[in-house]
Design a protein around this ligand. Structure first.
Ligand code: GH3
Ligand code: MG
Ligand code: MG
Ligand code: MG
Length: 312
């Protein structure tokens, strides 16, 4: 007998098909003191569809690590001031960069030195000069695996949104950027109202589906530049770059109204769910930690004043 269709499973399957997948180009950071070689690697990898940033000074590796977020580092071994091996072990010591593949590229032909490079955390060793197709063939599979691994590590498995750790990292990054660019960034925290009773009444699976429906709505309604994460159980966080408080409240109120209108379903029963939201804005609130606290406090006020509200 054919299995009866389970609507819930069907919705989940459709969800996974329609989940937004923006195939961003792979990002490669090139560290080589020889500018013309670095340009050659850049052009080769870009021709293969990748994005590159090249730096000549190994001591400046931190900034592009944070901002460019490379999927792989292509590193020269011998550079003035600091050698590639030291640099690789420094990078590897930081939990956030432990997993980035590092591929060495050097004129070094001594097998033992190549071995040392790999023991110190290099993922591969390529010898200069290298042919373009050899470079691409070495980089591509590593970078694909790295991207896959990263997407699993930074995302929440139920909703596909960024997880708690990642959204917090992103908030610091966006606050720093806003500070440099002299602009505003809004931070919003959302908490579903009376979610415990949704679980108690309709069961956990239905609860999970409500979480997914909110996550889908957020992704549909927000701009591409906004950053959305699942903060914890039934809490979500949104970073709205270049947005002032008034605009953020307007946007979130529209989403709040939209969510309240969604007809949630569970085995024939229909019900609706609401959320409360707290908003805080940089630079009125001076840093990421305090943004977090202020948004949380505003959220608490929204709950206290009857829920289904956005408070700034
Ligand atoms: P309030 O309006 O004050 O926020 O009330 P609430 O019931 O939403 O808040 P409370 O913190 O009492 O309960 C949150 C509930 O969320 C309890 C927990 O079982 C449920 N929850 C947390 N994570 C998940 C999840 O991943 N799936 C499901 N289905 N439920 C979850
Ligand atoms: Mg060199
Ligand atoms: Mg909560
Ligand atoms: Mg709640």
């Amino acid at each position: 007998f054919p299995k009866p269709i389970n609507i819930g499973e069907l919705i989940d399957a459709l969800d996974s098909l329609t989940a937004p997948q923006t195939p961003e180009p792979y990002r490669i950071l090139i560290v080589d003191d020889d500018a013309s070689l670095a340009t050659f690697y850049s052009l080769t990898l870009e021709q293969a569809g990748m994005m590159t940033v090249a730096i000549a000074d190994p001591l400046q590796v931190m900034q592009p690590l944070i901002e460019f977020r490379p999927d792989l580092i292509l590193m020269d071994m011998y550079m003035p001031g600091c050698d590639g091996l030291e640099l690789a072990s420094v990078i590897r010591q930081q939990p956030a960069y432990m997993g980035i593949p590092i591929v060495f590229l050097s004129v070094e032909t001594d097998f033992n030195k190549q071995l040392t490079a790999i023991q110190l955390g290099g993922d591969d060793f390529l010898t200069k000069p290298i042919l373009p197709h050899h470079l691409v063939a070495s980089v591509m599979p590593r970078v694909q695996r790295s991207r896959l691994l990263r997407s699993v590590m930074v995302r929440d498995s139920l909703t596909g949104l960024l997880n708690h750790t990642t959204i917090k990292e992103q908030l610091s990054i966006e606050v720093q950027r806003a500070s440099r660019e002299n602009t505003t960034v809004a931070f919003a925290m959302i908490d579903i109202d009376d979610f415990k009773s949704v679980n108690d009444t309709y069961g956990h699976l239905t609860g999970d589906r409500v979480l997914k429906s909110l996550s889908r709505l957020l992704q549909q309604r927000l701009r591409k530049t906004d950053i959305t994460g699942r903060y914890g159980g039934e809490e979500f966080a949104i970073i709205l770059p270049h947005t002032d408080g008034l605009t953020a409240v307007k946007v979130l109120n529209r989403i709040r109204e939209g969510f309240a209108k969604v007809r949630q379903q569970s085995e024939g029963a229909e019900f609706s769910v609401t959320f409360s939201c707290g908003v805080a804005v940089f630079p009125s609130v001076v840093d990421a930690t305090q943004l977090n606290e202020a948004a949380d406090k505003a959220l608490y006020e929204a709950k206290r004043h009857g829920r289904n509200k956005v408070v700034i």
